[in-house]
Design a protein around this ligand. Structure first.
Ligand SMILES: N[C@@H](CCC(=O)N[C@@H](CS)C(=O)NCC(=O)O)C(=O)O
Length: 218
């Protein structure tokens, strides 16, 4: 059976978790505390960069969440989450890569400010601007009534961007000005896969001490 190493608060892990659920796959979840367990030799053998998520399929171990999604799509194509049209494929990739490349550095700066970790005002302003640009980009890729980025079906664009955008309000940024994004996210959050993987408020609260310690080292 597939083994999935994750943490409930990791956006990077959540996109894989949602995919496993949307594809109806059986898997063994292995919860990581990220309190040092990611540096244990057994885990470093799976991912020498000590990050979750990791997916292990028998003797094959995969890290980097987008690589895991590619693997799951190729191996389990029955519930397909990737379009076949050339432009749609490019759109999915752009939305995925904007999410994984642009949002994390901005999130780190905003999280530092929220947790009272030293961060320059200039960096916080730049982070807010990046978030606004990304949200406008997502908004421009939706229509007033679209439930998904690509036509009438869920794709990796929704899974990758949707799990990340769900965390943006926790950083003090309101999604209200982005009407299409708000509606699209509301729709996604009705899905069983989103509900099952949503971090609990008490877990978010508890994680703040650990997060602060990690951010002070960055
Ligand atoms: N690019 C990686 C990022 C993975 C990542 O940064 N994971 C974080 C949790 S969200 C982690 O494991 N941090 C613990 C550490 O780096 O020691 C991916 O997409 O899988």
């Amino acid at each position: 059976m597939l083994k999935f190493y994750y943490s409930r608060l990791s956006v990077n892990a959540r996109r894989v978790w949602v995919t496993l659920l949307e594809k109806n796959l059986e898997f063994e979840p292995i919860l990581m505390k990220l309190n040092g367990d990611q540096f244990q030799p057994d885990f470093l053998q799976l991912n020498p960069f000590h990050h979750i998520p990791v997916l292990v399929d028998e003797d094959f171990s995969i890290f980097e969440s987008l690589a895991i999604l590619d693997y799951l799509e190729a191996k389990y194509p029955e519930t397909s989450l990737m379009p076949t049209d050339a432009r749609d494929i490019a759109k999915v990739r752009m939305l995925e890569l904007v999410t994984v490349n642009e949002l994390p550095p901005a999130s780190i700066a905003l999280m530092k400010q929220m947790l009272d970790v030293d961060v320059a005002d200039k960096q916080v302003d730049a982070a807010k601007q990046t978030m606004a640009t990304a949200l406008q980009y997502f908004e421009a890729n939706l229509t007033a009534n679209s439930e998904y980025f690509i036509g009438d079906r869920l794709t990796y664009a929704d899974i990758v961007a949707g799990t990340a955008v769900a965390s943006i309000p926790l950083l003090g940024i309101s999604l209200e000005p982005y009407l299409r994004v708000s509606k699209w996210l509301d729709n996604l959050q009705q899905r069983a896969s989103w509900r099952q993987t949503a971090p609990a408020a008490e877990d978010i609260e508890k994680s703040k001490t650990v997060m602060k310690a990690i951010l002070q080292k960055r």
